[in-house]
Write a protein that binds this ligand. Structure first.
Ligand code: HEC
Ligand code: HEC
Length: 321
């Protein structure tokens, strides 16, 4: 009897230890999947008038935050936005150009879609609509918003948006800095990491901290003001080795093109947001992004550790797009 009880205890402890280990593995890294704490105020939507360097336009903060009529600071930087890209389809589909910016450069909490193949862009939104693609961190606001709006999209509109963003050239947007430390950050009301106002720094460890070059300009959704990514010392060189060997599988260039700028309908990776790249490798590894088109990627990420993903993202983001 006491023998049985002891085994029971051991098994119980083992199960507990195992589920603890699984919980550790299963929790997505918060630096790449930032979740705004409940109660974080959304950005201000007042009638205060805002300006940006290099733009003769002026918008109120309310206009800057209008997801159904994108404030276009630099209309000369891109072809005219199709109506769907600028206005979306009220009340459920906010404008693609609002979150991804009129020039498609995107932000760390969403994705750069400028210059990605049109069919690929359409397929990603359809994959969300049909349940093949969702985030490993359902509490992260922006991917949840993208997922929700995908349910209301029509293929004919997506084709217009896909053709528009595919016609744009993705420009250098992220400055990658190797460092042992990074600014201490908090998650703002747009689910973006911002440096704390006191200018404090902290140990970077095995993370990538991606923040705006200028918090003020990014808050105004400036499509010309990019981001800085602090990456661990030595990670760019380590990432290059992993990318060139395919992390022990097949070199990434085989499918993503010699310069990682995309090839044959496969998306470009060069110069894209490292936070975004990590989210995708993590989601594919954990099966929240799947489907026939994702099959070729599954074996590539299957055995990757988070530290590999960090190094790979550091290297790829540092490449010229
Ligand atoms: C509310 C903000 C928001 C709006 C509006 C929005 N998106 Fe997104 N989109 C996102 C976020 C956030 C992601 C990244 C999801 C993730 O990290 O998993 C994303 C991802 C994507 C991707 C995947 C990019 C890639 O490289 O695989 C595509 C394509 C895309 N969006 C297209 C669109 C189109 C087309 C529209 C307009 C119909 C649109 N989005 C509107 C927030 C938005
Ligand atoms: C055998 C072909 C193949 C190889 C090798 C490959 N990929 Fe991919 N990868 C793909 C395809 C195809 C997609 C697009 C999947 C889809 O349509 O949803 C993709 C998508 C991705 C994405 C998501 C991009 C986005 O915009 O959302 C990332 C990140 C990525 N791959 C990273 C890598 C890295 C890093 C390597 C090397 C370690 C690699 N891939 C090797 C075929 C490949």
């Amino acid at each position: 009897m006491s023998f049985l009880r002891n085994t029971g205890l051991c098994v119980g402890a083992a199960v507990l230890a195992l589920s603890w280990a699984q919980a550790q593995v299963a929790s997505p890294p918060p630096f790449a999947f930032p979740v705004a704490p409940p109660g974080t105020p959304p950005p201000a939507t007042t009638d205060e008038v805002a300006h940006l360097p290099g733009s003769s336009a002026s918008f109120t903060l309310k206009q800057v935050r209008n997801g159904f009529d994108v404030a276009d600071w630099h209309p000369g930087d891109h072809p005219p936005m199709p109506d769907y890209v600028k206005h979306g389809a009220a009340p459920n589909v906010r404008a693609c150009g609002y979150c991804h910016l009129p020039n498609g450069q995107g932000r760390p909490e969403n994705a750069s879609i400028a210059g990605q193949p049109s069919d690929y862009i359409v397929e990603q939104v359809v994959a969300m609509r049909e349940g093949r693609r969702k985030s490993s961190e359902p509490r992260m606001g922006p991917p949840a918003a993208m997922l929700a709006l995908s349910a209301h999209t029509k293929d004919s509109d997506l084709k217009i948006a896909g053709d528009y963003f595919a016609s744009l050239t993705y420009k250098p947007w992220i400055r990658v800095v190797e460092s042992d430390t990074a600014p201490k950050t908090f998650v703002d009301g747009t689910s973006m990491l911002n440096p704390t106002p006191d200018g404090a720094t902290e140990k970077l460890g095995n993370r990538i901290i991606e923040i705006p070059e200028s918090v003020e300009r990014t808050e105004l959704r400036d499509p010309r003001s990019g981001f800085i990514a602090y990456v661990p010392k030595g990670s760019i060189a380590r990432g290059q080795k992993l990318v060139e060997s395919g992390a022990g599988t097949m070199p990434c260039a085989t499918c993503h093109g010699a310069d990682y700028k995309g090839a044959g309908g496969t998306p470009g990776l060069a110069g894209r947001s490292p936070s975004y790249l990590i989210r995708q490798m993590y989601d594919i590894q954990h099966g929240t992004r799947s489907g026939p088109k994702v099959e070729p990627m599954k074996f590539v990420v299957a055995k990757m550790k988070l530290s590999d993903m960090v190094a790979i993202a550091a290297y790829l983001s540092s490449r010229k797009p």
